[in-house]
Design a protein around this ligand. Structure first.
Ligand SMILES: [Zn+2]
Length: 471
């Protein structure tokens, strides 16, 4: 599998130019979590729209109830499929800023990498697509497919207005397939495509004891301690094998297919090395299952925070009035977020120790998404990646949750491909985020090859087939 030499030549000849564009984008501090950066966020949207226009897309700013979406389209291939390319121009905050080796909003090239906030997550990966579109339009005057590029500004804050925008701009979002470049490959030598994404829900647990903190000498031993009650509730959520002990929790979770299990085992993954990097004595998880299986193909139930009582200097001998904890679960396969929320809430309330009142509130509804690797769009992406990186990709999962992936699955019901080329050590969301130039330039060629592969994939035009789901 190889890329059209004319396209490859164009991409090679424009590397310096693409790097300059990426630096200009990094220079706009589009931190969506920071209200003080609202003007920068809006400015970044305009910068992306202007670039889309410069390379020949029809582009506009789509207003939403939150940050605007940069939208561009090229629809000059009648009878060919329409592909929706998704990415985001907003970025994570940069603190602690003193840990950066170069200014976060100044794209700086060192050792074959460009450093800066948003370099890979996701400005650089959005730019890969626009550069690839540019390559097609400038070498051939046209694209082999129709494209719609959607670059949103709220991914890093959970895409709160994205579902609404997809419904409001139904015409702009109508497509036969979605291509998303906001993930990493397994490693530099192991290109990969992501075919499963976990869902996400969360809980707030409050345990109430006496109306106010009471003297532990007078009442200790007679009044149930809310902190201890909460600790016992949490401890009861899993059994000794690390399995969630709530009946029905695993409904919709399939056992790993033997072929998939063999693939997992063949990946170059060193558990000891991983533990060393994390600075933990050993990795955990469900007994009898490896870390990759636990991270990608099994659900979790985690305590994210726990607090209450006295934690100042010295001692304060009380039975505290209350205790609280935050929990979240990552979901896989066919687990239903709303059902899991209810199941866990009811389980905790039902098993509340006597002598305290327990209140649970729940939220979140991000569904897990499983993408069939047999889908022709995924096969096309695999061929394109081989063209761009010289090696056929393996299929992996991601433990994280990408809200828009669930949106495309649920609202648009179109097949999608997660074809990101970041590396696991890119330090996204952390100081010194970087994008290896080899990945960036290889990614541009991959996307250029992908657009050529898609019309050959048998993907229908105008309507799109619904994504086939597998356990
Ligand atoms: Zn991202």
């Amino acid at each position: 599998m190889s890329i059209d030499p004319a396209l490859a030549r164009f991409c090679d000849g424009r590397e310096a130019e693409h790097l300059e564009v990426l630096k200009r984008w990094i220079a706009v501090p589009s931190v969506s979590a920071d209200p003080e950066r609202a003007a920068d966020v809006a400015a970044c949207c305009r910068v992306v729209v202007e670039y889309m226009r410069a390379i020949g897309l029809e582009a506009e700013v789509l207003e939403t109830a939150g940050n605007p979406i940069a939208y561009g389209q090229w629809l000059g291939a009648p009878g060919q499929p329409t592909v929706l390319i998704y990415g985001h121009y907003d970025v994570q905050p940069v603190d602690p800023v003193e840990l950066w080796n170069s200014p976060p909003f100044e794209g700086t090239v060192r050792d074959g990498k460009i450093f800066g906030r948003g370099a890979v997550d996701d400005k650089g990966q959005v730019l890969m697509h626009l550069a690839a579109i540019d390559a097609h339009l400038r070498t051939r005057g046209r694209l082999p497919i129709n494209v719609k590029v959607v670059v949103e500004g709220e991914e890093e804050t959970g895409s709160p207005n994205f579902d609404e925008a997809v419904k409001r701009y139904a015409r702009q979002f109508a497509a036969d397939a979605a291509v998303i470049s906001d993930t990493s490959v397994f490693s530099e030598d192991v290109p990969s495509l992501t075919t499963s994404v976990r869902g996400l829900v969360h809980w707030d647990v409050e345990v109430r004891g006496p109306a106010e903190d009471v003297h532990s000498g007078y009442y200790g031993g007679a009044v149930v301690n809310p902190l201890e009650a909460l600790a016992s509730i949490l401890a009861g959520l899993k059994d000794a094998d690390g399995r969630v002990a709530i009946p029905g929790f695993y409904d919709g979770v399939a056992e790993l297919d033997p072929a998939l299990a063999r693939e997992l085992a063949a990946l170059p993954y060193d558990e000891t090395e991983e533990a060393r990097k994390l600075d933990v004595p050993a990795l955990g998880g469900e007994r009898g299952r490896g870390p990759l299986e636990c991270m990608w193909y099994r659900p979790t139930l985690e305590c994210n925070g726990i607090w209450g009582g006295y934690h100042g200097p010295g001692y304060k001998t009380i039975v505290p009035s209350w205790a609280r904890a935050k929990l979240s679960a990552r979901l896989v396969g066919e687990q239903d977020p709303i059902r899991v929320r209810k199941l866990v809430s009811e389980h905790i309330e039902r098993n509340a120790p006597k002598g305290v009142r327990v209140r649970v509130s729940d939220g979140g509804s991000v569904r897990p998404v499983v993408i069939s690797r047999d889908h022709p769009v995924v096969a096309a992406a695999a061929r394109a990646m081989e063209a761009g990186f010289g090696k056929a990709p393996v299929f992996i999962g991601t433990g994280g949750s990408i809200g828009p992936v669930a949106t495309f699955d649920r609202i648009l019901k179109i097949p999608q491909v997660l074809i990101g080329v970041g590396l696991p050590d890119d330090r996204i969301h952390a100081p010194n985020e970087k994008f290896n130039l080899k990945q960036f330039f290889g990614g541009i060629k991959t996307m250029a090859a992908l657009y050529d592969e898609l019309p050959r994939s048998g993907l229908g035009a105008g309507g799109g087939e619904s994504p086939k789901r597998t356990g």
